[in-house]
Design a protein around this ligand. Structure first.
Ligand code: SAH
Length: 347
């Protein structure tokens, strides 16, 4: 089956030509797909025989809402989507003053192994296709009725471990005949896969790069983030400085505050020193308590923030949304998996 929705408008146009259709059909089909058409039958401006032949050769499998939780505190909506092959992924819709932001997944599971993260506990199952990333944005918008203006690639998975598909997704979601979401409204978060950062720097996209740093020293970082053993924090900072030189874009450093592990004053001092020379921004994240992990939230967030600021580094504390609905990375999928397992065990 052809994955039509993962194709660019040019690729769809070429396909239409190969089927003996005029070129403008490519644009028509692209527009239908990006409006969230659920079947070819709906595409009423296409000739019926074309619709029938597309239905036979192309897959059009929108995700199903497996679960949906709405936070009573702040209106955050968490979706658990069931994909065509039965796998589940999460997206979260957050309502900020500057617009509605959807946080999407890039893989089913994750193989990066960060000690504090629920998404990686059961490993990686597979990569998502560009269409499956696009569908998260599209169907979150359609289901909620809320217009999405911003996207963050901070859900389940490591975007740089699936970079070809992620880049294709960015092209699709940015297209004027599609959702038309500007690059400046998109953030991509990585745990520090250096070749990916370098590749992105070459492309010079205007998106915001977020680097999940969580510790400024190799020893601590290697303990909580295995990726650091392959791509050391020293090289990571070098790649970040290069990224800024090439793109002129400020990098956002994500920093989870973990009690007794990442919250020491000397780490704030070291972090400030390493960012020096580029306009980096530090986003301090109060650790979300994951039941499976012994790591606990720090009580020193404000002191750490002041310490960074005393070195001239801007730091904000991430406001926690959806605390009542398991809205942190991978938790809802994890819960659904556990419940499914319990269901099987009791049979
Ligand atoms: N793989 C990418 C994107 C997904 S994770 C990355 O690592 O950046 C999105 C963010 O949530 C990352 O910064 C990740 O480190 C952070 N995160 C994961 N589990 C967390 C937890 N329990 N508490 C706080 N932040 C967490």
């Amino acid at each position: 089956m052809i994955d039509l929705k993962s194709m660019s408008q040019q690729e769809i146009t070429d396909l239409m030509r190969s089927l003996g259709q005029p070129a403008f059909r490519g644009k028509q089909v692209f527009i239908w797909l990006h409006k969230g058409a659920r079947s070819f039958e709906e595409m009423t401006n296409l000739p019926k025989p074309l619709r029938e032949s597309l239905a036979q050769t192309c897959q059009l499998t929108p995700p199903k809402v497996a679960r949906k939780q709405i936070s009573r505190q702040d209106g955050t909506i968490k979706y658990l989507w069931e994909l065509a092959d039965g796998n589940c992924i999460e997206s979260v819709l957050m309502r900020y003053h500057h617009g509605n932001t959807v946080c999407i997944s890039s893989q089913v599971g994750c193989r990066m192994g960060c000690a504090f993260c629920a998404s990686t506990i059961a490993g990686k199952v597979r990569n998502l296709t560009p269409a499956e990333m696009l569908d998260q944005v599209l169907f979150t918008q359609l289901d909620s009725g809320l217009e999405i203006s911003n996207i963050v690639l901070m859900g389940i998975g490591e975007p740089m471990d699936n970079l070809d598909a992620v880049l294709k997704f960015l092209e699709l979601v940015n297209h004027p005949d599609g959702m038309n979401i500007g690059m400046r409204h998109i953030s991509l978060s990585t745990c520090g896969v250096i070749p990916g950062i370098r590749r992105l720097a070459e492309l010079g996209l205007q998106l915001t790069l977020s680097v999940s740093l969580h510790a400024p020293d190799s020893e601590t970082r290697s303990k909580i983030m295995p990726v650091n053993r392959a791509y050391d924090v020293e090289e990571l900072f070098a790649a970040c400085h290069d990224y800024f030189r090439k793109t002129g874009r400020r990098i956002s450093f994500e920093y989870a505050m973990i009690d007794g592990v990442t919250d020491h004053d000397w780490q704030a001092d070291l972090l400030a020193r390493k960012i020096q020379g580029m306009p980096g921004h530090v986003n301090l994240i109060p650790l979300n308590d994951v039941v499976e992990s012994p790591l606990k939230p720090s009580k020193r967030v404000a002191a750490f923030q002041r310490r960074l600021e005393s070195h001239g580094i801007t730091a904000t504390v991430r406001r926690s949304l959806g605390g009542d609905i398991d809205a942190s990375c991978g938790q809802l999928r994890r819960k659904a998996m556990e419940e499914a397992k319990k269901g099987e065990d009791s049979q």
